[in-house]
Design a protein around this ligand. Structure first.
Ligand SMILES: *Cc1c(COP(=O)(O)O)cnc(C)c1O
Length: 469
């Protein structure tokens, strides 16, 4: 029994309508609230039983437009400034549709979609000046890319046998990142079986960069105590304020101590595309691996994380495993010299590479670099506005595209103001803690965000602040 329609006419008409509606959604996004909470009625829509008989596509699409589309998190909207999230593009949306139509499985075998993914790896080798033997892989996001890096580093440090015998003999392994590193790194150590205690959190300096003298001291102390330092994770763009660790200095320490050097570039690695911003990443070209997210500053629709590993053989050694039904042939569909499944935990994988390929080709590296620079300019504009408002104060120096500030009132009031602003639908910044104080955090990652959008944010915060304080 086929699930295809007997006549494609209706499905085609529906498809055209959906496509037009989504273009309207993107074109008119400013006329919508950034976010609104789901009503009880909406929540109840998702509690109905699994349908046993067919429903009309018309009706299902109607449910989508009524109950899903208006209640998404809003990161497409220029007023979305929370966390570290990209805005996506119409081009990325189209590529997702094409990828779904192809329904390609990128676990392995010999087909063009694998060549597309390999081409992105090649482009990243060029951007980061990595050698030809570097390997690359799309993953969901940097959380997984960081885990892969930990597994590659672990296997290199103690040998391939760890994959058979487990980690019980390796409880002395220690890794290092700064206290400002992303929490997924702690989870990566945990998931790798080494335990989150195996991660040493090194203090940061006033600009939130890892204190490299403290790093050196921690490695020395651990060695003295008989522990086994094996990797350091530098951050290119910290989630709190957008700080870049001194990657060149960390590399030097890793080389001297014979440690694996990984860079979490989820946020900032793609700043390599900007001539103005690239100097901050000095030293990334020396890393053993780089994790990055195309779905953040790169504006590729979710999800599109990536891991690039300098030594492809080490990468493969951490994951490849023989299986009769995955036998490689020299001819035919089961051939192909790069099987992504040898480089990560997934076998079946979607075609994340296509939306990234379309995005990189459509805009080109220069335009993407300029777009990133402009988000930084919007952040500087916001900083200036805040400094001119006696009721507001900046809580961390604006280094890039993140502005941390607060209404001059206590933590609780600031949390209320933030929720007021989010619920108003005007803007959606998020919250963090800077030097023990609750901070409203506006991260300008969306290519649609302009000065007028951050002006509206300031206006709303002042308005709600006056009401609350
Ligand atoms: C977003 C982010 C992560 C996590 O990446 P995901 O793609 O959300 O899994 C890790 N590190 C940093 C610095 C980030 O900004």
């Amino acid at each position: 029994m086929t699930l295809d329609p007997s006549d494609w006419k209706d499905l085609r008409a529906q498809g055209h309508r959906m496509l037009d509606d989504m273009f309207d959604y993107l074109a008119d996004i400013r006329e919508r609230p950034v976010w609104r909470p789901m009503t009880q009625d909406v929540r109840d829509q998702f509690k109905t039983n699994m349908p046993s008989s067919p429903q009309s596509l018309d009706g299902i699409y109607d449910e989508f437009t009524k109950f899903i589309l208006p209640y998404s998190s809003g990161n497409v909207h220029p007023g979305f400034m929370g966390w570290v999230q990209g805005g996506g593009t119409g081009v990325g949306m189209l590529a997702e549709m094409l990828a779904a139509g192809l329904n390609a499985n990128l676990g392995g075998r010999d087909h063009a979609p694998i060549a597309v993914e390999q081409q992105i790896t090649q482009w990243l080798r060029e951007i980061f000046k990595f050698p030809a033997e570097a390997s690359g892989l799309f993953v969901t996001g940097t959380s997984l890319a960081n885990l892969i890096a930990v597994l590659v580093a672990r296997t290199e440090a103690v040998g391939k046998d760890v994959r058979k015998a487990g980690v019980s003999n390796h409880s002395k392994l220690r890794a290092y990142s700064s206290v400002a590193a992303h929490s997924c790194i702690t989870r990566a150590l945990d998931m790798a079986g080494l335990g989150s205690d195996a991660l040493r959190l090194i203090p940061i300096d006033a600009s939130h960069r890892m204190d490299t003298a403290a790093l050196k001291a921690a490695i020395a102390a651990d060695k003295k105590a008989g522990l086994e330092p094996f990797m350091v994770i530098g951050t290119a763009g910290t989630v709190d304020v957008g700080a870049f660790d001194d990657l060149a200095a960390i590399h030097d320490i890793c080389r001297a101590e014979n440690l694996y050097f990984h860079v979490d570039g989820a946020y900032g690695a793609l700043a390599m595309l900007s001539r103005e911003l690239a100097p901050r990443l000095k030293g990334i070209e020396l890393a053993d691996s780089v994790a990055l997210d195309f779905h953040k500053w790169g504006q590729v629709p979710y999800d599109a994380g990536f891991i690039l590993v300098r030594d492809g053989e080490k990468h493969r050694a951490a994951f490849s495993a023989p299986a009769a039904y995955l036998r490689r042939e020299t001819r035919g569909l089961a051939s192909g010299d790069f099987w992504p499944t040898d480089y990560g935990p997934d076998l079946s994988r979607g075609f994340r590479a296509l939306k990234t390929w379309f995005t990189l080709k459509t805009y080109g590296s220069e335009q993407l670099g300029r777009m990133m620079e402009e988000t930084c300019a919007v952040a500087r504009h916001l900083e200036k506005k805040i400094k001119a408002e006696p009721h507001l104060e900046i809580l961390a120096p604006v280094q890039l595209n993140i502005v941390c500030f607060r209404y001059r009132a206590d933590d609780k009031t600031n949390a209320e103001i933030l929720a007021d602003v989010q619920e108003s639908g005007i803007a959606a910044p998020s919250m963090t803690t800077i030097d023990g104080k609750r901070a409203i955090r506006a991260a300008i990652f969306n290519h649609r965000t302009r000065n007028e959008d951050v002006d509206a944010l300031v206006e709303a915060i002042l308005r709600f602040g006056k009401k609350r304080a």
